[in-house]
Design a protein around this ligand. Structure first.
Ligand SMILES: NC(=O)c1ccc[n+]([C@@H]2O[C@H](COP(=O)([O-])OP(=O)(O)OC[C@H]3O[C@@H](n4cnc5c(N)ncnc54)[C@H](O)[C@@H]3O)[C@@H](O)[C@H]2O)c1
Length: 440
């Protein structure tokens, strides 16, 4: 009998290793289809939260976790009873921008130690082409004493979910799948087809599937870098970038990208995985790395534009009360890792400005741990000189300009400065508001 049949007949278990933004929705989706699911994570605190039915990622919601029959565990031995293991551990970069493979190496060791014959291991973590076969297979073989292709098999299926996005969900995003051989691919496809309503997209080998993921994110990164470069130049030309972009977007083949801060642990990270491997092949990236340089400096650029604006209207930046709206890496998502809003704060700090930070989505404890910042509540905010909005949370978009004005210093002589990074306010309304504004 094949793995797929064993899973649907409940004779075997499906395990997810790494229960974060990617792993948790997968575990819940398979559990909803009636499979026996084990969710394994090294983070005991997280596992305890899941056991209590709390979803800190806000991706699936507390009810879905409470109603699922997932066995949450930090005990790696629970993986022994699994014939289908999905790996969704982080793949960050080191400070020198090289891949930090320690989580995926660690996960491979754990799985290898607990691997049973006839199993399929599918990696979902974003890696460079060749990583799964060159790095993970040898570890799995060494730890298990089993041979890939004979005793067990592997596959790779990149994840495309977009945290905070309520439209593009796991079930309705086409899923690329690949396998070590045709038989494995067929099994992997059948298993994922249980939960992916729009179906899977098989490719001929694992390297191709790995490449698809890193380059789709690199493509986004480069396009945003192009828009950011335009924004820097248009600022010097006194042209509103958003107006240009809206004009461009009226053409049938416009790409629709906008300037912005590229944070998080996907778009700003994955290109480095690709360029790292390209470098090993003797090719030094000309386009992708330069895009990274442009995007990585945008936080500093925004902060310095705010300082310039304050000086232009007669404020002494050092004495100004500055408020930052949003510290998460993107809108409507609680994930604050690798936040580019923090780059704005760091640059302001260099000018001895200590802004206050508001974010209704971020977990105050996470923000304190990650950045040593105490969030304040919007209701406690007043008397500000300058508001910088780097994150377009719906909560911020719902604040009208009249409401926003109430947060500034009351004196008529005090100019109100607004840095509307994402252009959430209408240009004409901004012009009429009496606020001195700048937008990217
Ligand atoms: N979050 C996204 O938007 C997104 C989208 C597509 C792809 N990805 C990729 O998916 C992967 C996972 O990302 P994520 O956002 O879910 O990360 P995450 O940090 O939210 O979750 C990863 C989990 O893995 C756990 N973990 C780390 N090492 C482990 C180990 N050895 N064994 C077991 N658990 C371990 C961590 O404790 C954490 O709970 C990454 O490669 C990422 O690039 C992420």
């Amino acid at each position: 009998m094949k793995v797929y049949d064993q899973l649907v007949n409940k004779e075997d278990t499906l395990s997810v290793v790494g229960l974060g933004y990617v792993g948790m929705p997968l575990a819940v989706a398979f559990a909803k289809k009636g499979l026996i699911v084990t969710g394994f994570d090294l983070n005991e605190n997280k596992i305890n939260q899941y056991k209590k039915g709390i979803d800190p990622t806000l991706e699936v919601g507390n009810e879905a976790i409470k109603n699922s029959n997932i066995e949450f565990t930090i005990d790696e031995k629970a993986l022994k009873k699994s014939k289908f293991i999905i790996v969704a551990v982080p793949t960050p970069i080191n400070t020198d921008h090289t891949p930090d493979l320690s989580p995926i190496i660690g996960a491979s060791k754990i799985i290898g130690r607990n691997l049973s014959k006839g199993s399929i291991v599918v990696f979902e973590s974003t890696v460079y082409p060749g990583c799964t076969e060159d790095v993970c297979i040898p570890i799995l073989e060494e730890e298990s004493g089993l041979k890939c292709g004979c005793d067990f098999s592997i596959g790779y299926s990149p994840e495309r979910i977009n945290p905070g996005d309520k439209v593009h969900r796991l079930e309705n995003i086409k899923k690329v799948v690949s396998g070590y051989d045709d038989e494995t691919l067929e099994q992997i496809q059948k298993v994922y087809d249980l939960v992916i309503e729009v179906g899977t997209y098989p490719v001929s080998n694992i390297r191709t599937a790995e490449a698809i993921k890193v380059v789709e994110n690199s493509q986004r990164d480069i396009n945003i870098a192009f828009m950011n470069e335009l924004a820097i130049v248009f600022d010097r030309m006194d042209i509103d970038t958003n107006e240009v972009v809206e004009g461009m977007n009226t053409k049938w083949n416009a790409l629709g990208f906008r300037p912005g801060l590229v944070g998080g642990h996907c778009i700003g990270v994955d290109p480095y995985y690709f360029t790292y491997q390209a470098e090993k092949m003797g090719y030094h990236s000309q386009v992708i790395l330069n895009g990274r340089i442009v995007n990585d400096q945008m936080g500093k650029y925004v902060a310095e534009s705010a300082i310039k604006k304050m000086i232009q209207v007669g404020k002494a930046p050092k004495n100004a009360r500055v408020a930052i709206f949003g510290i998460t890496f993107k809108e409507n998502c609680p994930d604050c890792r690798n936040s580019k809003a923090y780059d704005i704060i760091k640059t302001l700090n260099e000018y001895e400005i200590n802004p206050v930070v508001i974010d209704p989505w971020a977990d105050p404890e996470d923000v304190k741990k990650e950045y040593d910042i105490d969030l304040i509540d919007l209701h406690n905010l007043d008397n500000v000189d300058c508001i910088i909005i780097p994150v377009a949370h719906t909560d911020f978009k719902n604040i009208s300009l009249d409401e926003l004005k109430l947060l500034y210093k009351i004196s008529k002589d005090e100019e109100k400065v607004l840095i509307d990074v994402k252009g959430i306010y209408d240009l004409e309304e901004l012009k009429e508001s009496g606020i001195s504004f700048w937008r990217l």
